[in-house]
Write a protein that binds this ligand. Structure first.
Ligand code: PLP
Length: 430
């Protein structure tokens, strides 16, 4: 039996997935994993017989082409149904069904996420999104006026805003470094952080993979360089977890926040915050918790009443993710990326790909700049005329269309996008 097939079946046996998995979804996953048995992820990456089974787990509207899965992804139908089922059940008598029956099951989602990320469950808090996870860190660490924080100007805008609010309110100093797209090397990015640090630097915030170009940054090297100087590193992994394979120990990080409604394909309103056990005492929760919870990771979940349904459906999304296998998923996403990005790059030099197309510095997200065409008008043209959804990225230093396919994206959809892009260069936006 292959590892992924075994993981899927043992997921059922452990009760991780069974209540959530519709029989047909489970059957389809098992059929797909038989087809995958013993084959390398790269060999399977272009096998439509396998990926069309995966695509059938989603109720996506095939009259639309969704190439903005980075913003927020649809969940597989059975994952969504698990959430809806729990919402209905809660609604019968919320004070009992939601609080007493469903809420305690958060522990199973916590265990599953911790195993996937490679940390102890006591280091894993479930949040509603990456913003909540990252703002818990940003607003939760004690800093004095004059203390410095180093970010890049490609960090997520809401995260930058949060630091800048602290600067306005408390007099901390926020320094933003810039780096080229793509950077000349991972070491160059580490150097830029190193050069921005001073004896007053207390925190670095780095994005694991940027939402702008899909550049994967050298987190482990930044963490190690900063740790030698006693500087904390907050890692914003909103787009990284369940997108490409990695474990906590490979990053060696103490803090990590992510959304689960992007690449894990969990329902909207799910994320996690990891804080290494010995660091928990120094990070205050966003909403207050008693001193007895100072070293309890659940203090970050003290946010009042919320639906248990969303976070419990994480278990179904995790089982789906493991059923595919993290390495196979990443290989497919890179295969889809290469199909459009290499075709456009070869078609015309006015298409400039601002993301390195390799296996270590990017995965399913990439950015294309089109010389001579306004990015926002191009995005509107693709959506309004052709029902192809992309994201316009307009940064002071570069701009382009961000393209993010997903596991259900077909080669035909990618080809249609390329045809329309080449047409736009030939004929303009008409
Ligand atoms: C790098 C990064 N950080 C944080 C976020 C915020 O995610 P959410 O809106 O799910 O909280 C995003 C969203 O796209 C992001 O790309």
């Amino acid at each position: 039996m292959t590892v992924d097939r075994r993981a899927l079946i043992s997921g059922f046996a452990a009760g991780l997935a069974l209540p959530f998995f519709r029989a047909d979804a489970a059957g389809r996953m098992l059929a797909a994993s038989s087809r995958a048995a013993g084959r390398e992820p790269s060999e399977l990456a272009g096998d439509e017989a396998y990926w069309s089974q995966i695509a059938r787990a989603f109720d996506s509207d095939s009259t639309l082409v969704n190439l903005n899965n980075g913003g927020c992804s649809p969940a597989p139908s059975h994952v969504l149904e698990a959430m809806i089922r729990d919402l209905r059940f809660s609604n019968e008598i919320p004070v009992h069904h939601m609080w007493n029956v469903l809420e305690p099951r958060i522990e199973s989602a916590r265990r599953g996420l911790a195993a996937e990320f490679g940390c102890d469950p006591e280091e894993m808090a479930i949040t509603r999104n990456a913003s909540e996870a990252m703002e818990t860190l940003t607003l939760g660490i004690d800093l004095k006026p004059g203390d410095e924080v180093v970010l890049t100007n490609q960090n997520y805008p809401r995260m930058i805003t949060t630091w800048e609010q602290r600067a306005r309110r408390e007099g901390i100093v926020v320094k933003k470094i810039s780096f080229p797209v793509p950077p000349p090397s991972p070491a160059d990015v580490v150097d830029r952080f190193r050069q921005a640090m001073t004896p007053r630097t207390r925190v670095i915030e780095v994005t694991h993979i940027t939402n702008l170009t899909g550049q994967i940054l050298p987190v482990r090297e930044i963490v190690r360089m900063a740790r030698e100087r006693g500087v904390e590193v907050f890692v914003d992994g909103a787009h990284a977890f369940a997108h490409f394979p990695f474990k906590r120990d490979e990053l060696d990080c103490d803090y990590y926040g992510t959304s689960l409604h992007k690449w894990l394909l969990a329902p909207i309103g799910t994320g996690f915050l990891y804080v290494r056990k010995e660091k928990q005492k120094k990070i205050w929760p966003l909403m207050a918790a008693p001193p007895a919870m100072d070293e309890n990771v659940r203090k970050y979940e003290e946010i009042g009443t919320l639906p248990a349904a969303n976070h419990n459906a994480i278990a179904a999304a995790l089982a789906f993710h493991r059923g595919i296998g993290a390495a196979r998923k990443a290989a497919r996403l890179r295969w889809l990326r290469d199909r459009w990005a290499r075709r456009l790059a070869a078609a015309d030099p006015r298409f400039r790909i601002l993301t390195p197309l390799n296996d270590t510095e990017s995965c399913g997200i990439a950015l294309v700049h089109v010389e001579g065409i306004d990015t926002e008008k191009l995005q509107a043209f693709l959506w309004e005329k052709h029902r192809i959804m992309t994201t316009p990225i307009v940064h002071p230093e570069f701009n382009g269309l961000r393209i993010t396919p997903n596991v259900y994206t077909t080669p035909d959809e990618i080809d249609l996008f390329c045809d329309r892009m080449e047409g736009a260069l030939r004929k303009g936006l008409t």
